[in-house]
Design a protein around this ligand. Structure first.
Ligand code: 5GP
Length: 201
């Protein structure tokens, strides 16, 4: 067996409040990761934001299709986020494809989704990314300009609950600077990658 084949893929979960800069950090992380990282594309029923592409940012499904796949057991986890009827979920197919290829599969999911996955995959590496304070989070959410005032307030309420759950993650990373946050996560992955004697493809 080659060293690559002997190297087990691993699940990496990144959560954090909406507005914490997860997408930007993850995009840069994928370019410089010290382990072979594959980002799982989630499915959602929410509408695409400007610039988002189906199959790259999310699989944008209508509610019937989402419900059909849910009933067919196609999700590792799924849930309604923000209580406004938008569903989000991790597809088994995304995770299996990555792991079978020897990759580390990255899930960018919310706190409840993270617990659900951790119960099923206890050695998942869990990382909580946040901007340091609720004030900073609000400033970032408002400057994004994509949310209504009501939506910002709802996201802040959820963020408060999520911030309270951050001690349950194995690692906490503050996103003061994107470059620093990416470097911090790389260090975590490298540490674990060295333990598993993984090498990048
Ligand atoms: P957004 O609408 O800003 O893209 O994402 C909203 C929230 O949904 C974020 O906290 C994000 O982490 C979470 N999310 C995205 N995909 C999934 C998923 O597949 N499962 C769960 N549980 N949450 C998700």
């Amino acid at each position: 067996m080659t060293e690559q084949a002997a190297c087990r893929g691993r699940l990496v979960i990144i959560s954090g409040p909406s507005g914490a800069g997860k997408s930007t950090v993850v995009r840069q992380l994928l370019e410089v990761s010290p382990v072979p990282l594959h980002k799982s594309v989630s499915a959602t029923t929410r509408a695409p934001r400007q610039g988002e592409r189906d199959g790259r940012d999310y699989y944008f499904l209508d509610r019937d299709e989402f419900a059909r796949r849910r009933q067919a057991g196609e999700f590792l986890e799924c849930k309604e986020v923000f209580g406004r009827g938008d569903w989000y979920g991790t597809l088994w197919s995304e995770v299996a494809t990555g792991l079978e290829a020897g990759k580390w599969v990255l899930l960018e999911i919310d706190v409840e989704g993270a617990w659900s996955v951790e119960q099923q995959v206890p050695d998942a590496l869990t990382i909580f990314l946040h901007p340091g304070s609720m004030d900073e989070l609000e400033r970032r959410l408002r400057s994004r300009g994509t949310e209504t005032d009501q939506s910002v307030r709802r996201r802040l309420e959820v963020a408060q609950r999520e911030m309270a759950a951050r001690q349950r993650y194995r690692f906490e990373v503050v996103n003061d600077s994107v470059a620093q946050a990416v470097q911090d996560i790389c260090r975590i992955l490298k540490l674990r990658g060295d333990e598993a004697r993984c090498s990048k493809n």
